[in-house]
Design a protein around this ligand. Structure first.
Ligand code: ZN
Length: 364
């Protein structure tokens, strides 16, 4: 896959400022590594958690840009009509095409889903909803956890927006050839509760993502996502993406800062579906042994601890182009080591909250 410039400069300016630095760098690193494809993710630890610190504590009725509550300002502002999957395919069968991503909402819409809170005091087992062969103590749904029609609508809107954004940002060299419903890959039974015996509508898409809005046992988790199965060329073809219902405040949903945060989280999670930033996703997938040209653990004397440097050739190239770091003062970008999402994000110390704000300590 390659990054594309299908968005005009104004779009890009707006969108780029909405994405957190590590997401941005994920994008760039994907570019670096996507000639290779992403590996299979059949491991519980591929679940990634994205922390949120939203404005639930300080709810506001301030809407966005004076528009009615049910109007998405960006939908009004941008007139560029997206191509349908068929139109994209007709454009060319041989040149890279936007990755066709379909969010599937069967489980979001299923009011009987066992792992979705639909009423106060309902009991759910979040761990089993996330990984069917696991379980933790049951949790009681509170009002914040309950997925109302309004929350369901917001979740779907944000997921759809993010899927379109990613689709307009990345191209695939080849369309998907592996059939999703054929079971030609081995899907771990741990993912059963993302499928729930549904037949997956795989027509005309490269990647299907099963959406859910299930409660997480940790109230500070905003969402998590990963890849369930990869196709013949190791690119993800079936993923999952859960938005935790607590993140949504229906009163402030059209406030620009709320939209920005939720969209950023949604793009972030879809990038995890595509393989960012997992060591196993670099260089044609599979487990990568530590080496000079894969990754290395080194002690950072300034920090007084060990850090993981990613050193695949394309990552080093892009990193050094972007930062000006050289092999004389830098060992390659490092992975995040805070507990939530450990090892699956770029280190914020280096990339900053937003990529533009590079820190003086960028070189490792
Ligand atoms: Zn994440």
């Amino acid at each position: 896959m390659v990054i594309t410039k299908t968005l005009n400069s104004e779009h890009r300016k707006i969108f780029v400022t909405t994405i957190m630095a590590h997401s941005l760098f994920i994008l760039f690193s994907c570019v670096a590594s996507l000639a290779a494809a992403h590996g299979d993710h059949h491991d519980y630890h591929d679940h990634d958690h994205h922390e949120h610190s939203n404005s639930l504590d300080a709810p506001s009725d301030c809407g966005g840009a004076g528009l009615p509550n049910d109007v998405d300002p960006l939908a009004v502002m941008f007139k560029e009509a997206p191509l349908t999957p068929e139109q994209r395919r007709l454009a060319s069968h041989t040149s890279p095409q936007p990755i066709r991503i379909k969010m599937q909402f069967d489980l979001v819409d299923d009011v009987n889903d066992l792992y979705t809170c639909t009423k106060v005091d309902q009991t759910v087992n979040p761990c089993q909803g996330r990984w069917s062969t696991n379980s933790c103590s049951n949790k009681i749904c509170s009002e914040l956890d309950v997925v109302t029609d309004a929350k369901r609508g917001i979740a779907k809107k944000r997921m759809t927006w993010a899927a379109n954004y990613v689709s307009n940002t990345f191209k695939v060299i080849r369309p998907r050839t592996t059939k999703i419903n054929s079971k030609s890959y081995s899907l771990s039974s741990g993912y059963d509760n993302y499928i729930m015996n549904d037949v997956i509508d795989e027509a005309d898409v490269d990647l299907v993502i099963r959406g859910t809005v299930r409660k997480h046992e940790n109230n500070y988790v905003a969402g998590f996502a990963g890849c369930m199965a990869s196709g013949a060329d190791s690119r993800c073809i079936l993923g999952y993406f859960n938005f935790c219902p607590r993140i949504f405040d229906v009163k402030t949903t059209n406030s620009p800062d709320v939209m920005e945060k939720e969209r950023r989280t949604a793009v972030h999670e879809i990038l995890h579906v595509l393989g960012a930033v997992k060591l196993s996703s670099f260089l044609n997938g599979g487990y990568l042994a530590e080496s000079e040209t894969t990754w290395q653990v080194k002690t950072n004397p300034k920090l007084g601890k060990k850090v993981v440097h990613v050193r695949t050739p394309n990552v080093l190239k892009v990193w050094r182009e972007q930062t000006g770091c050289t092999k004389d003062n830098d060992n390659g970008p490092t992975l995040e080591d805070i507990p939530m999402g450990v090892g699956s994000h770029w280190e914020a110390r280096q990339t900053g909250k937003y990529l533009k704000r590079r820190r003086s300590t960028k070189c490792s």
